[in-house]
Design a protein around this ligand. Structure first.
Ligand SMILES: *Cc1c(COP(=O)(O)O)cnc(C)c1O
Length: 360
């Protein structure tokens, strides 16, 4: 068996230990004589799996008792519609547009009401986070929306915005469980799991209970109401059962690693290795204003497309895969989520250093 260092933005690496456990339990989960893939989602054995996954997630993320944790489908992108459909009572919401995902969410919300773009960093190709300390929050805004870590551009919020009392909704897809979070600051905090938490197919939504109600926009389908899923503990219909199980294994792994405080330390150390190299290199350059650098997604460039391409090809041959930047921005991007070991980043930096010397 030979495994590569996978720098994909998502789906991305999972901890080897988790894959090995899943492999061991593939044919006969804990003496049940079945794979988790084959189980009824209404069975006792599966109920234990989903309940344990939720309990472990709550413990890791420090989810207060008055919040529900929902395991949903449709990817983070479905939330772009589900959020306004469920929260836009006044049909007004404020969006901070810091990248493609925030922009897509803002555009989707326009289908349901007035979605105001109250700040943006598009003027400089999303290479920074705008000042969010004193924003023109709309008086009747139902919520303020952010994307907290911008996967494509490699920026992240240093501070959460001052929403002036309005509900904060945050997409944390590409930083989920990479560091401690204060759930009580959000009305909804959510993410697709395929970046940092598990296999594609699950979206975890953490929502304050008072935001779950039958008062949704007219025509909101049953499946797109938070209440539907909250009332039945994410088992209204068949959930992505196997994927939730793997997420549960990742939660166990995170707990074993020491929880999110420890993960933050590890992630900071890992990111520093790469950023320090970029800052010292005369060939490779980071593309983001340093104070807003993401710990998870690190975009960088050389000064020629040809050299970028050569680097990506040679890196891939050497076992460092998926370093190509997003198709809308080009260059390179190394996504270094929880499951990427420090060793992978160190080896990548050694490879970059060698490439720089050979191509100087
Ligand atoms: C990947 C990503 C999405 C889209 O996720 P899907 O699950 O593919 O819909 C949304 N937001 C952020 C921040 C992402 O990184």
């Amino acid at each position: 068996m030979s495994r590569v260092y996978n720098f994909s933005a998502g789906p991305s690496m999972l901890p080897l230990e988790v894959l090995e456990t899943a492999q061991k339990e593939m044919l006969d989960y804990h003496g049940s004589g079945q794979s988790v893939m084959e189980m009824s989602h209404r069975s006792k054995v599966y109920d234990e799996i989903i309940k344990t996954a939720e309990a472990d997630f709550r413990e890791l993320a420090g989810v207060p008792d008055d919040y529900k944790v929902l395991f949903l489908q449709g990817g983070a992108s479905t939330q772009f519609a589900m959020i306004p459909m469920n929260l836009m009572k006044n049909k007004v919401a404020d969006y901070i547009v810091t990248g493609q995902w925030a922009k897509k969410a803002w555009q989707e919300a326009q289908k349901f009401g007035t979605a105001n773009k109250i700040a943006s960093s598009e003027d400089k190709t999303f290479t920074y986070i705008p000042d969010v300390s004193d924003l023109p929050i709309s008086e009747n805004a139902d919520y303020v929306y952010i994307c907290q870590n911008n996967t494509i551009y490699g920026t992240r919020y240093k501070e959460l915005p001052d929403t002036k009392g309005k509900i904060l909704v945050s997409d944390v897809s590409s930083m989920f469980l990479s560091e401690p979070m204060d759930v009580s600051r959000y009305g909804i905090v959510y993410g697709g799991v395929q970046k940092n938490v598990g296999p594609a197919g699950v979206t975890i939504v953490v929502i304050r209970e008072d935001l779950i109600s039958d008062e949704v926009l007219p025509g909101t389908p049953t499946m797109l109401r938070y209440k539907t899923h909250a009332d039945s503990d994410s088992l209204y219909n068949t959930p992505p059962a196997y994927n939730i199980y793997v997420c549960g294994l990742v939660f166990k792994w995170l707990k074993k690693m020491g929880g999110l405080t420890e993960m933050k330390k590890i992630n900071e150390e890992k990111a520093k290795i790469l950023y320090d190299f970029l800052d010292a290199s005369s060939m490779f350059k980071g593309t983001v204003v340093p104070e807003y650098r993401s710990l998870m997604n690190v975009p960088f460039v050389t000064d020629s497309d040809e050299l970028n391409k050569k680097f990506i090809d040679e890196a891939s041959k050497a076992g460092f895969v998926n370093l190509k930047g997003h198709r809308t921005v080009g260059g390179m991007r190394a996504s270094i989520y929880n499951a990427m070991p420090a060793e992978g980043v160190k080896k990548l930096v050694e490879f970059m250093d060698k490439f720089e010397k050979e191509n100087a």
